[in-house]
Design a protein around this ligand. Structure first.
Ligand code: PSU
Ligand code: MN
Length: 303
């Protein structure tokens, strides 16, 4: 594992650090825009008083904190970077591959590096069953890793391309507390609220920090999911949302897309078919989440 001097120094000095993932850049946003977002996200973390640590695997080496040149490589068109979940870290390292890490992969690395807070866009979850199948075996490893890794992940819930209700049930089974940041409902990524109520609502970064500390001391060793709705000004209209969802699901079914390719294909459809509206929404919520993650990291360090 290579940790940049800036991140290593911050960790040694016990300053707030926020982990950032690379899959949302390499596989979730189009080339060009992704590179801008990589910088915007790091700047947002700094503006809120924490040090950003973007995480990826390059040349078969885990990298915690990336240089500008490394971010260029990660975001380049046709970089062909693998999408690395937690299970893929060993193979990628041993076989000297490059890869962008998912929430699952990033969480494992961040925890090993001693970074307790991680800001991102949308959590992976339980997929809806493919047409003709009774149930989906496509359940993101993000959920399992959160159950066994004491890290706090800040996200805007999961996209409605997933089975939100089933995802919430699995989080309960896996003993992951789900907090709503100034909301009583699980957020649905492009929309501020799904119809599914949450058990716990928090109002401030200090309250989140208090929950995280109590959970660490008395909880079952799992992570904490802090769900933060997309800013109201950036929320997608219900009509556009419903149309994109129906079209995207039809495309996935027609093309027989499966497994880890489903989310990138759907995201690409959303971005193309909405002429960038979904892209702007996606960027806005990521910036909001990493800012909140930095505020939580600061609160954890000052109390
Ligand atoms: N949701 C998004 N954008 C993303 C992802 C999810 O809105 O880029 C990425 C995250 O890295 C997440 C991963 O961890 O997809 C989940 O993939 P899978 O469903 O294959 O586990
Ligand atoms: Mn999956």
């Amino acid at each position: 594992m290579r940790i940049t001097d800036e991140v290593a120094g911050a960790l040694a000095d016990r300053l707030p650090v926020v982990a950032l993932e690379s899959t949302l850049l390499a596989h979730g946003l189009p080339p060009g825009r992704n590179r801008e977002v990589a910088t915007e996200v790091e700047n947002a973390v700094r503006a809120a008083g924490a040090v950003p640590a973007t995480i990826a695997v390059l040349d078969g080496q885990i990298r915690v904190g990336l240089t500008g040149t490394e971010l260029d490589r990660l975001c380049a068109a046709g970089s062909g970077l693998a999408k690395l979940s937690a299970r893929d870290l060993g193979p990628a390292i041993a076989l000297h591959h490059d890869g962008a890490t998912t929430i699952a992969g990033t969480s494992v690395i961040a925890h090993a590096a001693g970074i307790p807070v991680f800001g991102t866009g949308g959590l992976g979850g339980v997929h809806l069953p493919p047409p003709g199948d009774a149930l989906s075996w496509d359940v993101s490893a993000d959920l399992d890793v959160l159950s066994s890794t004491p890290i706090t992940v800040v996200c805007s819930g999961v996209k409605s391309v997933l089975d939100i209700s089933a995802t919430i049930e699995v989080l309960e089974t896996r003993s992951v507390p789900v907090l709503g940041y100034r909301t009583g409902f699980f957020p649905a990524f492009y929309r501020r609220e799904s119809r599914f109520a949450l058990s716990w609502r928090v109002e401030t970064p200090e309250e989140v920090a208090a929950v995280v500390r109590a959970h660490r001391e008395h909880g079952p060793g799992s992570g904490v999911l802090l769900t933060n709705p997309i800013p109201a000004a950036d929320e997608m209209s219900q009509d556009l949302h419903d149309r994109l969802l129906a079209e995207g699901m039809a495309r996935v079914a027609e093309d027989g897309v499966r497994g880890g390719d489903v989310t990138p294909v759907l995201l690409d459809h959303f971005h193309t078919a909405s002429a960038g509206v979904s892209l702007d929404a996606n960027v806005a919520l990521v910036l909001s989440n990493v800012t909140l993650a930095a505020e939580v990291a600061v609160a954890l360090h000052t109390s």
